[in-house]
Design a protein around this ligand. Structure first.
Ligand code: GLV
Length: 324
């Protein structure tokens, strides 16, 4: 009998097509909105599904596992997988996979560079200024920014995305330093990136801090009031990892008190809500979790997620298992 797959939200066609072409029965939630956990449960009760392809906005935990005992694999169409209780899944013998697409790594890394430059050159602020009709005369001292070449970029996390950011930033003339629990000797050797074994020291040294860690108990509020106080008053914080890695209230306070110079956020602690104070600040750049939103990258993510399901059922060896 054909295996049945539920997809919680429309993903790029390629992923759906791959499953259908291999004979899978595929049901897709075609509403262009996030399904609540209740709605996912309702959908999963309708049929005996074998696999579910989920998105980062879907909370997958015991409540879901309980109603769908036939589902043996949850394939997350994202690199991060903090939306899934992988420990509980493991206990139940359920496989969880993620989709670390190389093109998405590139897209996120390039978004980080764009955010850094947006802060340093004040592009968003200046754009608003022009649109509001405030550009009446040229002024020699208007919108003074800073050059990033020669400045120090501090990466917290040097996995796939952190490494790519390190390579791009080194090429642009920034001095790159990093902290990670696992050392990345490749970037040390190939790009002259310096390893710091203390987050605190890195924060004191960096002109721009960019976060590239997964959301774990140990990384929740990794950037908190105490650590923000260590940063230079001229420095910027960039977060494209997961919102709760930064204590958003502490960040708002640090920006208000000029403890740091600015911040760019693609992810938010209470996504999609944004701490209201941040929206009012000109030295803050906000994007709606779009760092990997590049056409080919999103296709590749859908392909990887679909392939993980296909491999799980057809050879028992899906790539990207995150709860081995
Ligand atoms: C996006 O945030 C992802 O984890 O792929």
């Amino acid at each position: 009998m054909a295996k049945a797959v539920f997809i919680t939200r429309k993903i790029p066609d390629i992923g759906i097509r791959m499953l259908k072409e291999r004979g899978y029965e595929v049901d897709v939630n075609l509403k262009d909105s996030v399904l609540s956990q209740k709605q996912i449960i309702k959908s999963l009760k309708k049929k005996t599904y074998d696999a579910v392809l989920v998105l980062l906005t879907d909370r997958v935990d015991s409540a879901i596992f309980n109603v769908a005992p036939s589902v043996k694999i949850y394939a997350n169409c994202a690199a991060g997988y903090d939306n899934i209780d992988i420990i509980e899944a493991k206990k139940r013998g359920i496989t969880v996979t993620n989709a670390p697409a190389p093109l998405a790594t590139e897209a996120v890394a390039e978004h980080v560079i764009a955010l850094m430059f947006a802060l340093a050159t004040r592009i968003v602020e200046a754009d608003k200024f022009v649109r509001r009709g405030k550009y009446k005369k040229w002024l020699p001292m208007n919108f003074m920014g800073i050059n990033l070449a020669g400045k120090t970029l501090g990466l917290i996390g040097a996995g796939r995305i952190g490494e790519r950011v390190a390579r791009l930033a080194s090429g642009l003339g920034l001095k790159v330093i990093y902290y990670d629990v696992i050392r990345n000797e490749r970037i040390e050797k190939e790009c002259g990136v310096a390893y710091y074994n203390s987050i605190e020291e890195l924060l004191q040294k960096a002109d721009v801090v960019s976060l590239h860690v997964p959301l774990l108990d140990s990384t929740r509020h990794l950037i908190n009031e105490k650590r923000l106080l260590l940063m230079k008053p001229t420095s910027f914080l960039v977060n494209t990892s997961r919102g709760p890695v930064v204590d958003e209230k502490a960040l708002e306070k640090a920006l208000r008190k000029k403890i740091i110079r600015g911040a760019a956020l693609d992810v938010f602690e209470f996504e999609p809500k944004v701490t209201p104070g941040l929206k009012k600040m000109d030295n803050v750049v906000l994007t709606p979790h779009i760092a990997s939103a590049e056409g080919e990258a999103r296709n590749q993510m859908a392909e990887i997620a679909a392939q993980n399901i296909i491999d799980f059922f057809e050879n028992g060896k899906p790539g990207n298992i995150v709860n081995p």
